[in-house]
Design a protein around this ligand. Structure first.
Ligand code: IPM
Ligand code: MG
Length: 354
């Protein structure tokens, strides 16, 4: 098969971790006889510095014309501490999501047996936890009307959802639950927010079409609590944009390292695959960042193109590397840390030789 992949390394550690995922994809391509063409494109602070736009039109064109997008990370501290900055790297990510119609962000949370002790939670609480957060990604307060009053003493952000937007993400979440343990938790704040009440109403109306799925409804504050207390209780959680942003970061620490979790953003046009962590600027250029979340994102990318054996080969290699202790410093034991590039090389060799 011929694969055209847009590569958007972005900022901070983005280029280093994406390079490892590319090495892994290349090894897979050789092993399974595929031809991969990469097209690199600018995004984030790097794109602002070079062309003044965090998601340039050219990058959008490249994404639109590719089979999938492999994305690193965006964000630069020079913008974080400047609330008055006119353009921000994050706007690039939001523009990409909107323009590609990526209305769903899928974040699977699984534990790795060899790393259970890295979780801040007790072993008996996390062992066997396995769930997916489905986050709505192109609506809600992120994209609603926002502004500042003339005297600058008032600011507002509006949360808006239409039935159509809610239905399409719920459909996807129901179908995910159907392929898993058939349990869906709809997370909202229906006791306070009108948009949440529309979410709940819409989900309740759809239940009849998915009789085999057990649906429950949970307020987001309660969900935040239960996620830590009983992570094993969840199968698929679906929620609106900002709740999903918060819940999915919370969920990620359950497994022990933010550096392990991949994600897929899917919707109308080309899907985007990216680690859930940020640009980790303190580590940029040091060859120490954990590439596994990006490598597992590459596995999700392969899966999305129906290359299931290929995706499995990537996951097998990752599991072997974790068991063998070939890991970066965030999850290393006894000071035995490998470099980012060494982990990438190990995975590549494992794929070649197995
Ligand atoms: C994420 C990030 C982004 C978000 C930021 C960088 C805009 O936190 O992908 O979860 O809030 O969606
Ligand atoms: Mg986030």
């Amino acid at each position: 098969m011929k694969l055209n992949i847009a590569v958007l390394p972005g900022d901070g550690i983005g280029p280093e971790i994406v390079a490892q995922a590319q090495k892994v994809i290349d090894a897979i391509a050789v092993k399974f006889d595929h031809e991969v063409n990469y097209t690199n494109a600018l995004v984030g602070a790097t794109a602002i510095d070079k062309v003044g736009n965090p998601y340039p039109d050219e990058t959008h064109e490249i994404c639109m014309n590719s089979d999938a997008v492999l994305f690193g990370a965006i964000g630069d501290p020079k913008y974080d501490n400047d609330p008055k900055a006119k353009v921000r790297p994050e706007q690039g990510l939001l523009a990409m999501r909107k323009k590609l119609g990526l209305y769903a962000n899928i974040r699977p949370v699984t534990t790795f047996p060899s790393l259970l002790d890295k979780s801040p939670l007790r072993l008996d609480i996390v062992e066997g936890a396995d769930f997916v957060v489905v986050r709505e990604l192109t609506g809600g307060i992120y994209f609603g009307e926002k502004g500042r009053s003339e005297d600058l003493k008032k600011a507002f952000d509006t949360c808006t959802y239409t039935t159509e937007e809610i239905e399409r993400i719920l459909k996807l979440a129901f179908s995910y639950a159907g392929k898993r343990d058939k349990r869906l938790t709809v997370v909202d704040k229906a006791n306070v927010l009108a948009t949440s009440r529309l979410w709940r109403e819409t989900a309740q109306a759809m239940e009849a079409d998915y009789k085999d799925i057990e649906v429950d409804y949970m307020f987001v504050d309660n969900a935040a609590m239960q996620l830590i207390q009983w992570p094993k209780k969840f199968d698929v959680m679906v929620t609106e944009n900002m709740f999903g942003d918060i819940i999915s970061d919370e969920a990620s620490v359950i497994t022990g390292s933010l550096g392990l979790l991949p994600s897929a953003s899917v919707g109308i046009h080309t899907s985007v695959f990216e680690p859930i962590h940020g640009s980790y600027p303190q580590a940029a250029g040091k060859d120490i960042a954990n590439p596994i979340a990006t490598v597992l994102s590459a596995a999700m990318l392969l899966e999305s193109l129906d290359l299931l054996d290929e995706a499995k080969a990537v996951r097998d290699a990752v599991n072997e590397s974790l068991d063998a202790g070939v890991v970066t410093e965030d999850i290393a034991r006894d000071g035995k840390a490998s470099k980012t590039s060494e982990v990438g090389d190990w995975l590549t060799n494992f794929i070649k030789n197995n």
